[in-house]
Design a protein around this ligand. Structure first.
Ligand SMILES: Cc1cc2nc3c(=O)[nH]c(=O)nc-3n(C[C@H](O)[C@H](O)[C@H](O)COP(=O)(O)OP(=O)(O)OC[C@H]3O[C@@H](n4cnc5c(N)ncnc54)[C@H](O)[C@@H]3O)c2cc1C
Length: 408
């Protein structure tokens, strides 16, 4: 028998699940199908990354009933310090300093380990009767006919829905199947991720050192721990990842500095290929893209998930408003409202992160001078600093209701 829902979300990652929650809490019947088994996704070794959650994203997770379970594991960011540096050389005297107090806030955002975010999301899903998580079961095919989309899953079952949303990640098999092209390229860089333990307290300060091979971010975690997002040349990353513990810690110390005392990597190291892409269209008939399926950006500003959460909040708002007015939620004119809202913002942020990475990931002397002066100028102008802080917090552009902390 064919199962019927209002919306089928393909992909139950950190974008697909909040989207499913928002739609189901708004009164629609929703199924989220994911290719991976839920138990595997919740394993600590599945994803070593952390996410810097902008405060707009935190407000959204709170409105969805996810934040209470996540808050005890999240570290508030009180300050961010950005410096231009080189390995073994003193950092440039120009730096950029953001302080939450300057915008009258307690935190500029929060850092949470992805495994905790996934656990809190799965916990909320289990409490939402109108949302069914079907996993492991990949969506293999989607066809549109007679006012419905019908999805065929890996086990052969069919699900009909007014709309199928692909939140199936960077490679997005469904984006390709729908014939939606993308613009994109790979970076000659790898993201090395590891958790480190350090001697002195970090006091909620996040650091971003711009090194010639790419940004080196130190993101504070609860306790005397931090997560590294170490962007390294693709050619050099394998030898660094293969170093023994002492060798890896020595390379770490050369980049990390000694401001937090003795530092050592704890637990496994992960690596992620880095790439950029943006889908040519975000919607088609009875079909929409959200999260990394729509856009993939460089982690230099820690904004990929925040961007995806904003897609989820905006798409949920557009669909629930249409449903309340009795409109067909899969109609192209309804979906185009979402595309108009999100595509420009995504292209702008994607282009800025790409430009930042190109400007900072090199050791060319004139460029170093320009960017150092740039950092110094922004740091010396209060309104400019506050503008960047609002951006980092996600409070820019037209905010969806969920990101204001209201129900969708
Ligand atoms: C090194 C690194 C650091 C980062 N740091 C940050 C940060 O600090 N802050 C931030 O905001 N962002 C950060 N990001 C970006 C962020 O991790 C991603 O943007 C985010 O995880 C995207 O989530 P998603 O749900 O769209 O995709 P994914 O996490 O890729 O999820 C896709 C899901 O779809 C499923 N799937 C795939 N195919 C199918 C199918 N056919 N049918 C059903 N299911 C399917 C997969 O199993 C998966 O669960 C970082 C990225 C990297 C690489």
């Amino acid at each position: 028998m064919t199962r019927k829902v209002d919306v089928l979300v393909a992909g139950g990652g950190m974008v697909g699940l909040p989207l499913g929650l928002a739609l189901a809490q708004g009164g629609l019947t929703v199924a989220v199908a994911d290719a991976a088994p839920a138990a595997a996704v919740l394993e600590p070794r599945f994803d070593g990354r952390v996410s810097a959650l902008a405060y707009a994203s935190v407000r959204m997770l709170a409105a969805l009933g996810v934040w209470d379970a996540l808050a005890p594991h999240a570290q508030p960011i009180h300050e961010i310090l950005v410096t231009d540096g080189a390995i073994g050389r003193a950092p440039s005297p120009f730096s950029l300093h953001f302080d939450a107090q300057e915008v009258g806030a307690n935190a500029l955002g929060h850092i949470a380990e992805n495994r905790h975010i996934r656990l809190a999301l799965h916990d909320a899903v289990a409490r939402t009767p109108k949302l069914a998580l079907i996993a492991p079961n990949a969506v293999k095919r989607v066809s549109v006919e007679g006012g419905f989309a019908t999805a065929t899953l890996a086990d052969g079952q069919a699900i009909t829905a007014s709309l199928v949303i692909a939140a199936d990640g960077r490679e997005s098999p469904l984006r390709a199947e729908a014939g939606i092209g993308k613009v994109g390229w790979s970076y000659p860089q790898t993201g090395i991720v590891a958790t480190v333990e350090h001697e002195k307290p970090h006091n909620g300060v996040a650091y971003e050192h711009f090194l010639p091979s790419g940004p080196f971010a130190i993101l504070p975690l609860p306790g005397n721990r931090a997560s590294l997002v170490w962007t390294e040349a693709k050619t050099k990353a394998p030898s660094l990842l293969a170093l023994d513990e002492a060798g890896f810690n020595a390379e770490l110390a050369r980049r990390f500095g000694d401001h937090l005392g003795v530092t050592r990597a704890a637990g496994p190291r992960w690596s992620y290929p880095l790439s950029f892409h943006i889908a040519r269209d975000f919607v088609a008939s009875r079909f929409a893209l959200a999260g990394d399926a729509a856009h993939g950006i460089h982690p230099i500003a820690g904004q990929g998930l925040n961007l995806g959460l904003k897609d989820a909040a905006a798409l949920a708002e557009v669909l629930l408003d249409a449903a309340r007015l009795g409109q067909d939620i899969g109609a192209l004119d309804v979906l185009k409202r979402y595309e108009r809202w999100r595509r420009f913002d995504s292209v702008t942020l994607a282009a800025s992160t790409d430009a930042l990475n190109r400007l900072f990931s090199n050791d060319i002397a004139p460029l170093r001078a320009i960017r150092d002066i740039g950092l110094g100028i922004v740091d010396s102008i209060g309104p400019a600093r506050r503008f960047f802080m609002r951006h980092a917090g996600g409070d820019v552009g037209k905010l969806p209701r969920l990101m204001k902390g209201e129900a969708a």
